[in-house]
Design a protein around this ligand. Structure first.
Ligand code: GDP
Length: 335
C-alpha cells in the first residue's frame, strides 16, 4: 500500500456496522481474525459494543459431505430468502481443512456467484486458524458482528466429516444435514452422531432420474429419525427432499425452520439454548486462554521438552511431570 490509512476507532467501526456498511464489517472481521494484539484489542472493543445489537437472528448450521451440494443449496436458499422472504442472509464457514487446501469451502467465490454479488447477502470464507477451537471462536464473533449489521439469517456451512460439525452445532439454533439420494450415511462419511444432531435431513439432488431414489431415501430417514431419543428442544426432526439445482423443496425447508423457531420460542428452549451456548463458549475461552498462558510462559516453554523426554524415557512418571510443571506455572503445589 502506498500509504498507511489511519486505523479507525472502535466507535467508528461500530457506527458503520450498525448502519450495515459491509466494507467496514468485513474489515472488522479481519481484525477479529488477526493474531496481532492491537487488532485483537480493537476487535474485542467492537464486539463488546455490538453485543447488545446482536442475537436477533435465526442461526442455521448446514453440513454434508463434499459434493452433496452445500454451496449450491446455500446459493439457492439464500437467494430465495432475499427475494421471497425479504431476509438478509450472512454465510460463514467453519472449515478446519482450509489451512491445508487454502479454503475448500467458500474459498472459491464462483460457487455462490449470485449470492456473493447480492447487496442483501454477506459471505465470508472460513478463517485460517491453528485449531478448530480457534477457528470456531472467530466464527462465533463474526456471527455477532453480522447480526449487529442487520443480517437476520446466519448460515454456517461446514463439511460433515469431522469434528467441526460439533462446533457448529454448539453455535446454531437449527442444524440441517444434507445427504445424497441412494447412498447410506456411512457411505457418505457421515457419522451416526451427526445424523442424530440434525433437526432436518434434506436429501438433495432430488431431480431427474434420482427423484425416485431420493424419495425412498427420505422415507428411510424419516423412519430412522423416529428411533433416536427425543430432542431436548422438543422438536421432532424431519426428513425432506430438495433440489438446489431445480430450486425444489426450498420453500418447504424454510417453512419447517419457521415452524421450529415458533415452537422453540414458545417452549422457552430458544432462550435457554442460547444461554447454554454462551456459557459453554465462555468456559471454552477460559480453557483456551489458560492453555495459551501455560504453554507460552517462558519458564514452561524452556523446560517442557526436557520434561517430556524424561517421561518418554520412563525416568519420570507423567503425573509427577505434569504436577511439577503446574507448580512451576502457579508457583505453588497443584494440590
Ligand atoms: P458442496 O461440495 O457440498 O458444496 O457441493 P456443490 O454445491 O459444490 O455441488 C457439487 C456438485 O453437485 C456440483 O456439480 C453441483 O452442480 C451439483 N449439484 C448440487 N446440487 C444439485 C442438485 O440439487 N441437483 C443436481 N442434479 N446436482 C446438484
Amino acid at each position: 500500500m502506498a500509504f498507511n490509512k489511519k486505523q479507525k476507532t472502535a466507535a467508528e467501526y461500530v457506527e458503520a456496522i450498525l448502519r450495515g456498511d459491509r466494507i467496514l464489517l468485513g474489515r472488522a472481521i479481519t481484525l477479529v481474525e488477526s493474531k496481532k494484539a492491537e487488532h485483537q484489542k480493537l476487535a474485542q472493543e467492537i464486539i463488546e459494543k455490538c453485543l447488545p445489537r446482536s442475537g436477533n437472528s435465526i442461526r442455521i448450521g448446514i453440513t454434508g459431505s463434499p459434493g452433496v451440494g452445500k454451496s449450491s443449496f446455500i446459493e439457492t436458499f439464500g437467494t430465495y430468502l432475499i427475494e421471497k422472504q425479504k431476509r438478509r442472509p450472512a454465510v460463514l464457514a467453519i472449515d478446519p481443512s482450509s489451512q491445508v487446501s487454502r479454503g475448500s469451502i467458500l474459498g472459491d467465490k464462483m460457487r455462490m456467484e449470485k449470492l456473493s454479488t447480492n447487496d442483501h447477502a454477506f459471505i465470508r470464507p472460513s478463517p485460517a486458524g491453528t485449531s478448530l477451537g480457534g477457528v470456531a471462536a472467530k466464527t462465533r464473533e463474526t456471527m455477532l458482528l453480522c447480526e449487529a449489521a442487520g443480517f437476520d439469517t446466519i448460515l454456517i456451512e461446514t463439511v460433515g466429516v469431522g469434528q467441526s460439525e460439533v462446533a457448529v452445532h454448539g453455535m446454531v439454533d437449527f442444524f440441517l444435514l444434507l445427504l445424497l439420494p441412494g447412498a447410506g450415511d456411512e457411505l457418505q462419511g457421515i457419522k451416526r452422531g451427526i445424523v442424530e444432531m440434525a433437526d432436518l435431513i434434506a436429501i438433495n439432488k432430488a431431480d431427474g432420474e434420482r427423484t425416485a431414489l431420493a424419495k425412498s431415501a427420505r422415507k428411510d430417514y424419516a423412519q430412522a429419525l423416529h428411533l433416536f431419543p427425543p430432542k431436548e428442544s422438543g422438536w421432532t426432526p424431519k426428513a425432506v427432499t430438495c433440489s438446489a439445482l431445480q430450486k425444489d423443496g426450498i420453500e418447504n425447508i424454510w417453512k419447517l425452520i419457521l415452524d421450529f423457531q415458533k415452537q422453540i420460542n414458545e417452549s422457552g428452549w430458544f432462550k435457554n439454548n442460547r444461554q447454554q451456548q454462551a456459557k459453554n463458549w465462555f468456559y471454552d475461552l477460559l480453557e483456551q486462554g489458560l492453555k495459551r498462558l501455560f504453554f507460552t510462559k517462558k519458564e514452561i516453554a524452556e523446560k517442557l521438552q526436557s520434561v517430556e523426554n524424561e517421561v518418554l524415557e520412563g525416568r519420570l512418571a507423567a503425573s509427577k511431570a505434569a504436577n511439577g510443571l503446574l507448580e512451576l506455572f502457579t508457583n505453588k503445589p497443584p494440590f
